[in-house]
Design a protein around this ligand. Structure first.
Ligand SMILES: [Zn+2]
Length: 499
């Protein structure tokens, strides 16, 4: 199959072929765990999941790693090395306030001053959300600690980060500044700027890049970035050859990507577009500087920003949604997943309530079709080849054209299906990528024995004109998460509310 992906590194579409087929080694920059992940964060994670599932359907074996950034980095890391306040401290303060006001119900943060407890609280929340949205990586068998094997915590890999820094010092890509911190020497790496376009020339003239003047005196070049910061007072700290302190943000991903995949050159590295600079630019400089390899990842793929009702999401505007906010409002997680995956990853996505309703209709249509095929055809064969699967794959092979792929599926659903067993098998193959048919175990669709009994009682109450009883039963069904439908022929039926 001819797969083409847009590569941020080369600024063009390129044929995709892994280095060691059928294996594909993919690293996704995961969440910082100082807060609940919002839907913008999850857009990038759902994208990575769809990418993985597509490659698997196309016959590849994908080794996916997504990190959890639990080292307490600084609020100004994007613009200044070690500047601002420690993010874990900010999170601890927030949890303390939540505890005081009784908002924090999770009993696992007994001491908000312990940064490991704070991180653990948000890691658990993230994994719960990721599982609700059907991310495959989050459903890997747990290693006894509830954290999937391929979701490494940065605090568990500081040793590997130190090794990389030592290697960089040895290779003369890093030096100890006059303040005692270890910095990467960007002038030692001619490819710096290739990914983002922020070359040293452009950075020097201030065009397009953000550089930090504050540390100019101690660094060789203003764009040199932090690898290790000695700081005895930091909330999380480790012994190192450069004194007690903590690692820079970027070195985490280089270390964990290489350690967990066992590769010095990856096939695919993903993240949000805000990761391109400085984070991914720095990851490339560090990794190639340490290994001497010409490339850290063959493909770099980035999702664009998510807007809400046409505006940038912000807490002050009140248009800021976490996944758990939406689930608490009664939105089925599969609907959130569908909404996040349906727009092309390289266009800004506009998250709207109308869009969410459309996604709910689409998920319902897919689930109803699966239920109908199941009813008419029994068990689906385990393997099937079908032009719809070929067309679905061909659309996704075109730089993950999800809307094209969905178009194929919905057009086919509208056609006559005279082999329901085969149709069910096709739908299940398609759903191995979409993963919305049974992403939520509580969303089975049309209820169970108990709801069927209640529907019968409602019809009986109405027939005997006991409207008070009918209202009571209707309310009971609605409270259990169902829409109550009435038809002259079938009487009362229910269907699970998706939104
Ligand atoms: Zn990263």
């Amino acid at each position: 199959m001819d797969i083409q992906f847009y590569n941020t590194l080369t600024h063009k579409r390129e044929p995709f072929a892994p280095i060691d087929p059928p294996h594909v080694y993919m690293y996704n920059c995961g969440p910082t765990v100082y807060d609940f992940a919002h839907i913008g964060n999850f857009r990038a994670f759902v994208f990575a999941d769809v990418l993985r599932r597509f490659l698997e359907l196309a016959g590849y074996e994908v080794h996916q790693v997504m990190n959890l950034t639990d080292v307490g980095h600084m609020t100004d890391d994007q613009v200044a090395d070690g500047g601002g306040e420690d993010k874990m401290q900010v999170a601890a303060r927030r949890l303390k306030e939540a505890k005081k006001s009784g908002k924090l119900t999770a009993g696992d943060v007994t001491n908000p001053d312990d940064p490991y407890q704070v991180a653990r609280f948000y890691i658990n929340a993230f994994i719960e959300d990721a599982r609700a949205l059907g991310l495959k990586i989050a459903s890997d068998p747990p290693n006894g600690s509830n954290i999937p094997l391929n979701m490494p915590r940065a605090t568990d890999h500081v040793g590997k980060m130190m090794k990389l820094i030592l290697q960089l010092v040895e290779n003369r890509h890093a030096y100890v500044g006059s303040d005692g911190a270890v910095y990467y020497d960007v002038q030692s790496f001619p490819d710096y700027g290739k990914l983002s376009g922020n070359t040293l020339d452009r950075l020097r003239t201030g065009a397009g890049g953000r550089i930090d003047d504050q540390h100019q005196a101690v660094k060789k070049h203003p764009a040199d970035f932090l690898l290790w910061k000695p700081d005895k007072s930091h909330i999380m700290k480790w012994e190192s050859p450069w004194g007690v302190g903590y690692p820079g943000w970027h070195i985490e991903c280089s270390a964990m990507a290489m350690e967990l995949t066992g590769r010095e050159t990856l096939d695919i590295h993903t993240g949000g577009e805000d990761n391109i600079f400085p984070h991914h630019e720095c990851e490339i400089a560090q990794s190639c500087g340490a290994t001497g390899k010409p490339s850290f990842s063959r493909f770099w793929m980035h999702t664009r920003f998510l807007l809400v009702e046409g505006e940038k999401m912000s807490k002050s505007k009140g248009n800021f949604f976490t996944v758990r906010d939406l689930i608490a409002k009664g939105v089925d997680p599969a609907v959130i997943r569908f909404e996040l995956l349906k727009a092309h990853y390289r266009s800004n996505m506009n998250f709207t309530m109308k869009g969410l309703e459309d996604s709910a209709s689409a998920v319902r249509r897919l689930r109803e079709a699966a239920a109908q095929f199941e009813k008419a055809g029994g068990q689906a064969p385990t393997s099937v080849s079908h032009p719809v699967i070929d067309d679905f794959l061909a659309a996704l092979a075109d730089d993950l054209n999800v809307s094209g792929a969905l178009g194929v599926v919905f057009k086919w659903l509208g056609e006559v299906h005279d082999d329901p067993a085969q149709s069910l098998a096709v739908l299940r193959r398609v759903d191995s990528v979409l993963n919305v048919l049974r992403v939520s175990p509580s969303a089975a669709g049309s209820g169970d024995d108990n709801t069927a009994e209640l529907c019968k009682s409602l019809d009986a109450a109405r027939a005997s004109k006991d409207f008070a009883a009918a209202d009571r039963i209707r309310k009971e069904l609605q409270d259990a998460g169902y829409e109550v439908l009435t038809s002259k022929t079938a009487g009362t039926t229910v269907r699970r509310k998706l939104i």
